[in-house]
Design a protein around this ligand. Structure first.
Ligand SMILES: O=P(O)(O)OC[C@H]1O[C@H](O)[C@H](O)[C@@H](O)[C@@H]1O
Length: 548
């Protein structure tokens, strides 16, 4: 195991010195000095994805030093360890093998000397058969009607991935309506109940552990309402399914054996959309498209595990992220997809990144003295341009951005597509290069007496530029490219975790809140006379609730 901290490496010291030079250079000057800047700082994946990282505060030497850092932190070995099924999730004593779920090669992947590919292939077969039956109307409900609606009941990784993929791939959707119940807030259930007919709806209870409170409470409520209506216990067999690693708990809940779609403990919750947790995806867009999604991710896995670091897209994006996070001390990064269907992408990435690398203890159990995972946020373009871009352009915070756009030339609204692309290009250009306020003077309303205030007025309109961004262009938004894009961000997160020297595949930070919620829930039970043995704030809030 690597035992070095990033800030103890030689590269870190070199990068700190290098930062003092680079931080004084405006991005536009890198372009002046190097007329082949785009060529030198962009990579193409499979002729389908272009990653332009030229509009960053980096030189060739920056990349060289960052790669040196990754080598000192043992990145190459860490990649090998993950792909060969080593138990790299040490705090849970598990391998991390979402890459096995999309392994399209014939190579076996071993966990405790067992080839997991056999179970994975069987699971895929089961998903294929079931998806086809439902889509073709051959799986019917308890009154023999065809299925029209699917409700996925799950939260966190058992919700965000499938929800994001299904939203992003709207254009590949079939006739099935897909709904998600995730929140314990009863508004969520009530809203979905208004839309569905139990006779034609199936429920996928999606939970790796099958113990998550929200999911179990929601599933039990739905089951009770369902049985009240059907009055036949056997009707559950036609309508209730489990996507889980915990077969026993699913059976105890009343799910029949055949209706359990298994996956395994070595799949992290936030990396589980490739497993049976993706059943809602396979139902929504068809099994063939689900396989294309996996294939896109697999090709990115091959690129990530075999390409040299200098040309490795997830590695380069991860290192640029480290450069800002740890040397420029930026606290956040913005993800800005220019595609309306991708409106759930940021929410999904927040879990991937922030749950993985939001850690303050290193692999040796010591408090870190360097910054770890950034705050990930963002929104879709062009809407966000009219909401928060003001701060990106003229605020006091430096926010590195990823602009993402799938090219769209096919539909009849070409004017819209062109305007969308023009905005995408204009924003990254404005951020990087800025513009002197003189350019705007001719726009100034002639009624305004600007002569005295001219200087003052123009400062408000000044764009300093020098704001970094990556541009990611996809040749189309299809299952294959979306798979590649998701895998790219998964691996970026992994690389950063290696460099931060933290364990990226556990999430102990979510436990305390869950435990406290259980204790407080008991005290809210009126039978217990509102136990007020907490701190004065919690007690005060409970008293207010009690008196309303
Ligand atoms: O799939 P489940 O076991 O129900 O877990 C659902 C989610 O809850 C947990 O609190 C974790 O923070 C997530 O990583 C996980 O995806």
């Amino acid at each position: 195991m690597n035992t070095i901290n990033p800030n103890e490496t030689n590269s870190w010291k070199e990068l700190s010195d290098h930062f003092k030079i680079i931080s004084k250079i405006h991005i536009k000057n890198f372009f002046v000095k190097d007329t082949s800047r785009f060529k030198n700082f962009s990579l193409v994946f499979n002729n389908k994805m272009l990653v332009d990282f030229s509009k960053n505060n980096i030189s060739k030497n920056t990349i060289k030093l960052l790669i040196q850092l990754s080598k000192e932190m043992g990145l190459e070995k860490s990649i090998k360890d993950m792909f060969s099924g080593e138990k790299i999730n040490k705090t849970e004593n598990q391998p991390v093998l979402h890459i096995a779920l999309r392994n399209m090669s014939n190579n076996p992947i071993l966990v405790d000397r067992q080839n997991v590919m056999i179970d994975i292939k069987n699971s895929l077969k089961k998903m294929k058969v079931f998806s086809n039956l439902v889509i073709k109307g051959k799986w019917t409900g308890y009154t023999n009607k065809k299925i029209t609606d699917i409700v996925n009941i799950g939260i966190g990784g058992s919700h965000l991935g499938p929800n994001m993929v299904i939203e992003s791939l709207q254009q590949y959707r079939n006739h099935l309506n897909i709904h998600f119940i995730s929140n314990i807030d009863s508004c969520n259930i009530l809203n979905i109940l208004k839309k569905i007919n139990f006779e034609t709806t199936i429920f996928l209870i999606s939970s790796k552990t099958f113990t998550t409170k929200e999911t179990m409470t929601n599933a039990m409520t739905i089951k009770n309402i369902f049985l009240k209506k059907t009055k036949i216990k056997k009707s559950l067999e036609k309508h209730f399914f489990a996507l889980t690693t915990n077969v026993q708990c699913a059976e105890n809940f009343g799910i029949s054996k055949n209706n359990i779609f298994r996956f395994w403990n070595w799949v992290g919750g936030r990396y589980s959309l490739w497993s049976s947790v993706g059943l809602s995806i396979s139902l929504a867009i068809g099994y063939k498209n689900f396989i294309s999604l996996l294939k896109g991710a697999y090709d990115m896995d091959v690129h990530f595990s075999s390409e040299r670091l200098e040309k490795n897209i997830p590695v380069i994006l991860a290192l640029i992220g480290i450069w800002y996070n740890n040397f420029f001390n930026t606290e956040t990064e913005a993800i800005l997809p220019y595609n309306n269907y991708m409106h759930k992408f940021v929410e999904y990435l927040q879990q991937t990144n922030m749950e993985s690398n939001g850690k303050n203890i290193n692999k040796q159990g010591k408090k870190v003295s360097w910054q770890t995972g950034p705050i990930v946020w963002g929104g879709i373009g062009t809407n966000s341009q009219h909401a928060f871009y003001q701060l990106l352009h003229q605020g006091t915070k430096l926010i590195p951005c990823d602009f993402i756009i799938p090219i769209n030339k096919t539909n009849e609204f070409q004017k819209h597509n062109i305007q969308l692309l023009a905005n995408f290009l204009a924003q990254t250009k404005a951020l990087a290069f800025g513009e002197s306020s003189d350019v705007f003077e001719e726009d100034v309303n002639s009624n305004i007496q600007i002569s005295n205030n001219k200087k003052l007025f123009s400062t408000f309109k000044n764009f300093d530029g020098n704001k970094p961004s990556n541009s990611i262009m996809l040749d189309i938004l299809d299952p294959y490219n979306l798979g590649s894009l998701i895998a790219l961000y998964e691996h970026k997160t992994f690389v950063q975790g290696v460099i931060f020297n933290v364990y990226s595949f556990d999430q102990w930070g979510v436990e305390l809140g869950k435990k406290m919620a259980n204790d407080i829930e008991k005290s809210l039970d009126s039978k217990n006379q509102f136990d007020l043995s907490f701190d004065s704030s919690t007690n005060g809030l409970i008293k207010f609730y009690n008196n309303v």
